[in-house]
Design a protein around this ligand. Structure first.
Ligand code: NAD
Length: 307
């Protein structure tokens, strides 16, 4: 199968590329290396260093004529999205539409999967958010992801394309950039390794649903395979963890004591985020497999092995 992966040199993308290799896929990567690394693209993989909004990227994707498009490339910095919403929308909305249209024009597209986010829900009105939760993003990043989801639906209605948006919880694991939504794990792990203090914004009781990257890869693959499943589906663990608890689990995984510093809470970030992953299980047969302690231990050991 011919697969285009945008953002393939990124954190999630590089883990996905490993999986696609094991499946014998013919892969094309589009990445401008803004946060991604060239070294993460396996030797022999067809790839283009270009912005997803550029005519070169659109042409390359149409010429490759993917059967599957997995769209991961994005401006992922939530705070930057609040400071520069137009730039965020240019990449995360217009860039998504450009890639979708280019893949469609290739003429062989069977499935498109978008990396969306729990950020589309905004302030949670219920303890756990199912897909039916009101969509009221707090950040420009969340608004852009929601707009991108609407374009998927529109392409599905107008062109009969099979599309699915996966709303990821906070993804973490080896190779993560400290800028992402769950960058807190990689920032804390790196700072703990250097014996530097961990900065907690607010009182540390803000909670997130932390999802290990291998679970995201299996979710993306399940989404790619279940072509009849359309719309938007959560990928999360259903387990809520506060920042204070995260620090505790990380300390025991690393067997190291952290110094903690508290700072003011930041705008655009919700206090609680927890996803109901029931639909992913019933529609895609997917369930998160990696508990937080195991995922943090793996993340920590990669960090210490690499020095
Ligand atoms: N990590 C998380 O917790 C999380 C949570 C929810 C959703 N997501 C989504 O998952 C996707 C992947 O995230 P990630 O954590 O791997 O981030 P990442 O920054 O590691 O990867 C993004 C990749 O896209 C590339 N890229 C960025 N802008 C580009 C552009 N304009 N043109 C071409 N390439 C571009 C980057 O160079 C990078 O390789 C993103 O769409 C993100 O919004 C991530």
């Amino acid at each position: 199968m011919r697969v285009t992966v945008t953002g393939g040199a990124g954190f999630i993308g590089s883990h996905l590329l490993e999986h696609l290799q094991t499946q014998g896929c013919q892969v094309q990567v589009i990445d401008n290396l803004s946060t991604g690394l060239r070294a993460r693209i396996p030797a022999g993989t067809e790839w283009l260093e270009a912005c997803i909004t550029s005519p070169q990227a659109a042409r390359a994707v149409s010429d490759f004529a993917p059967q599957l498009l997995i769209h991961l490339a994005a401006q992922i910095d939530l705070r930057l999205s609040v400071e520069m919403p137009a730039e965020d929308a240019r990449i995360n909305v217009a860039g998504t539409v450009a890639m979708l249209e280019a893949a469609r024009r290739g003429g062989a597209l069977k499935r498109m999967v978008l990396a969306s986010s729990a950020a589309v829900y905004g302030v949670q009105q219920s303890h756990v958010a199912a897909e039916s939760h009101p969509l009221a993003p707090l950040s420009a990043y969340g608004a852009a992801k929601l707009a991108a989801e609407l374009y998927l639906d529109q392409f599905q209605r107008l062109h009969g394309l099979s599309t699915l948006a996966l709303r990821f919880a906070n993804v973490y694991g080896p190779g993560q950039s400290p800028k992402g939504e769950a960058g807190v794990v990689s920032i804390f792990a790196k700072r703990l390794g250097l014996s530097e203090p961990l900065n907690i914004f607010g009182d540390g009781e803000a909670t997130r649903d932390y999802l290990y990257v291998s679970d995201v890869v299996s979710g993306l693959w399940a989404a790619a395979m279940h072509r009849k499943v359309l719309g938007a589906i959560n990928l999360g663990t259903g387990v809520q963890t506060s920042v204070n608890e995260l620090v505790d689990v990380l300390q025991s995984s690393a067997q190291k004591v952290a110094q903690v510093r508290h700072e003011d809470a930041r705008p655009g970030e919700v206090a609680h985020s927890l996803l109901d992953a029931g639909l992913a299980q019933s529609a895609l047969g997917w369930k998160a497999q990696v508990p937080l302690a195991t995922g943090l231990t793996k993340t920590w050991s990669t960090l210490t092995t690499k020095g």
